[in-house]
Design a binder for this molecule. Structure first.
Ligand SMILES: [Zn+2]
Ligand SMILES: [Zn+2]
Length: 370
């Protein structure tokens, strides 16, 4: 593995090449948020007030889902302080933007800004990183899951993208609520309860069928869109002992109009170098990264990254390897032998493969004897 550097190391080398305005907040991003908010309100009114044909309801649900997701991307940006600087306004706008996904600003900043960004792809401390083989072996349910053939697992894990953000957000609430000081906890609870109370009230106002089209289906669609990015951000990269964004992050590419709709959320490596910078400037940061460290930088089209995710197992072995414990097959990771254009288990690791399989199989039979 190449020598690793912290995000500060890279940022310090790129910063002198960037204009001063790149480090200022960009409140104009809020116009995009306002547009999505208006579309969302119009969608709710259309479904609520009229008895539309089911096809039209599904189409509106798709637009609402896309708007929920895009507002989530803007919320992410706002809560990094890149849109407005004042703390209370940042949290208020962030709460509005994350309202459809029902994630509160205090929880998000603790989970994402203060933990995921600080400990990215750290085996122990990143709440978003995938588990190692050793951790999985300790959990009976997951040992069972990883005995299912890889293509079947891939199918179900892709279906689960439609609920993964909401499910993980609920899990993070359970993990982090204890870490807030007692005085702040009621506010964090309120930030969770208020959106859900609103959505449940709307269920009683609209009735279950209209609520399904106005909220539930859009929420599933938004989860899928948001998770399509989040699942490609780091899951093909290795776990690392140093938080090196060029080693542990992936930038995906999407058509320009998608970047406009999604506030440049595709530039994830750039975001980890400069989380406090408006994503408006990430194309410029990308140019500099590619000039300075072309051999370290990982980028690929979104669709290629999704296919690579489908074909590789989601379990780490010795940090650099993705392992399918069912067969003991090792796949490497980005920068460590994984070729997204030609994904296959690496036959040269036969010796290690046997040990991994043995560990898995032995643990299984031990459990049965107990
Ligand atoms: Zn990240
Ligand atoms: Zn971030």
């Amino acid at each position: 593995m190449k020598e690793l550097h912290t995000f500060g190391w890279y940022a310090a080398r790129i910063k002198p090449h960037l204009p001063k305005e790149a480090f200022k907040p960009v409140p104009a991003r809020l116009w995009g948020g306002l547009a999505y908010l208006l579309v969302t309100v119009a969608g709710f009114l259309a479904i609520g007030l009229f008895d539309l044909h089911v096809v039209l309801n599904v189409l509106i649900a798709c637009v609402l889902g896309a708007s929920f997701a895009a507002m989530g991307f803007l919320g992410h940006e706002i809560l990094h302080g890149t849109v407005v600087r004042k703390g209370w306004l940042r949290d208020l706008l962030g709460a509005i933007a994350f309202f459809p996904l029902s994630t509160g600003p205090s929880l998000w900043r603790k989970w994402h800004n203060l933990t995921h960004h600080v400990h990215t792809q750290d085996d122990e401390n990143d709440p978003d990183s995938w588990p190692t083989l050793e951790k999985m072996l300790k959990q009976p349910f997951f040992r069972w899951v990883y005995r299912i053939p890889l293509p079947v697992r891939a199918f179900f894990s892709f279906c689960s993208l439609a609920i993964q953000f909401s499910a993980h957000s609920a899990k993070m609430f359970g993990v982090y609520i204890k870490e807030f000081n007692v005085k702040k906890r009621p506010k964090v609870w309120l930030e969770l309860i208020l959106p859900w109370a609103t959505w449940i009230s709307i269920l009683f106002i609209l009735g279950p069928i209209k609520w399904f089209f106005a909220f539930l289906l859009p929420l599933l669609i938004a989860n899928f869109i948001v998770m399509s990015y989040i699942s490609t951000n780091h899951r093909l990269n290795p776990l690392v002992p140093v938080n090196d964004p060029l080693a542990n992050s992936l930038t995906v590419t999407v058509p320009k109009w998608v970047d406009v709709l999604h506030f440049n959320f595709s530039y994830h490596t750039e975001h980890h170098l400069f989380p406090g910078m408006s994503s408006k400037f990430y194309p410029l940061v990308k140019e500099h990264i590619k000039k300075m460290w072309p051999d370290r930088y990982h980028e690929m089209p979104m669709i290629k990254a999704m296919i690579a995710l489908w074909k590789t197992p989601r379990l780490y072995f010795q940090g650099n390897e993705l392992v399918d414990p069912r067969k003991g097959a090792l796949y490497g990771s980005l920068g460590n032998g994984l070729d997204p254009a030609r994904i296959m288990a690496r036959s040269s690791m036969l010796k290690q493969e046997t040990e991994v399989s043995d560990e898995f199989v032995n643990k299984e039979s031990n459990d049965k004897t107990i």
